[in-house]
Ligand binder design. Structure first.
Ligand code: NAP
Length: 256
């Protein structure tokens, strides 16, 4: 069986380090290079600061990107232009950026997976929340992450709201005359749903979706206690992207 050759962007990061270990430990994957913006990085594979040079020299099957929103977007675009299939865990892409990447993947007939959350339990949390939203119109999302996270609300919270939006009857929640006496008290507003972002040291990635109705609440919660929790999702994405010809957004769309 031919090994899937992989390049990782962001190999020194918290997620990147786990991904390097995963690719090295998986028999049918082969780590052939990494991309970093620093050139004094000590790795046992070639380190590139220029992504285009990396693709010209190495032509990997898959790029795993675990960097920052701006860099991740540019890497994904370049990857598709070079015929390299992106598996992207980087969060914070705008709607327009996602649409542009979707069209680029389509025009190249190339697989691309962008997953705001690679943890299987988080995907189930989103699916269960979508099921519940058919019966509960009122929902608030509380996402909790470590204090080094750059984007807010989290990609998972936005994705959850989008999935709920597909089945929920639109409603502006709370009292029609409610006023924030301190700006931001009610959080972000997506389609009338409110999203609250907590940032604290000690946390990794957590989310609670709370539904309310007359005399009852329902809370669905997922906790990632370490970054290893994301790696089974990265593995299945690298395998699956090889057989795709379009962009897929969200791990739930490639799991049975
Ligand atoms: P992190 O520890 O800050 O790692 C990001 C890494 O990217 C750093 O090593 C950074 O280097 C590097 N980097 C910055 N610019 C670069 C460039 N031009 N080329 C190559 N590398 C570059 O962050 P993290 O916690 O690993 O998270 C990485 C991304 O994954 C974030 O967007 C985060 O939200 C997302 N995430 C996704 C999931 C998921 O399941 N999908 C789970 C957790 C996190 P410097 O430190 O030198 O700047």
């Amino acid at each position: 069986m031919k090994k899937i050759t992989v390049t990782i962007a962001g190999p020194r990061g918290r997620m990147g380090r786990e991904a390097v270990q995963l690719v090295k430990e998986t028999d049918h994957f082969s780590l052939i290079s990494v991309i970093d913006h620093k050139n004094d990085v000590n790795m046992d594979v070639p380190v590139y600061t220029d992504i285009e040079q990396c693709f010209k020299d190495k032509a990997p099957d898959v790029l795993i990107d675990l960097t920052t929103p701006e860099v991740g977007y540019l890497h994904t675009k370049t990857s598709l232009e070079y015929g390299v299939r992106p598996v992207v865990g980087t969060t914070g892409f705008s709607h327009d950026e996602l649409q542009e990447l979707r069209e680029l993947a389509q025009s190249k007939n190339l697989g691309c997976i962008i997953a705001p959350n690679f943890a299987i339990g988080a995907v189930l949390m989103m699916k269960f929340s979508q099921m519940a939203a058919k019966y509960f119109n009122d929902v608030e999302i509380i996402e909790l992450h470590h204090d080094q996270k750059l984007d807010a609300p989290s990609g998972t919270a936005v994705k959850t709201a989008e999935m709920i939006k597909e089945v929920r009857t639109e409603k502006q929640q709370g009292h029609p005359s409610e006023k924030e006496t301190h700006e931001g008290a009610r959080g972000a507003n997506i389609d009338g749903m409110h999203i609250h972002s907590v940032r604290l040291p000690g946390l990794i990635a957590h989310q609670q979706v709370m539904f309310g109705a007359e005399g009852q609440t329902l809370t669905i919660r997922h906790d990632s206690f370490n970054r290893g929790s994301f790696m089974s999702g990265v593995k299945v994405s690298v395998e699956t992207v090889m057989n795709l010809e379009t962009l897929v957004y969200g791990l739930e769309n490639i799991l049975d």
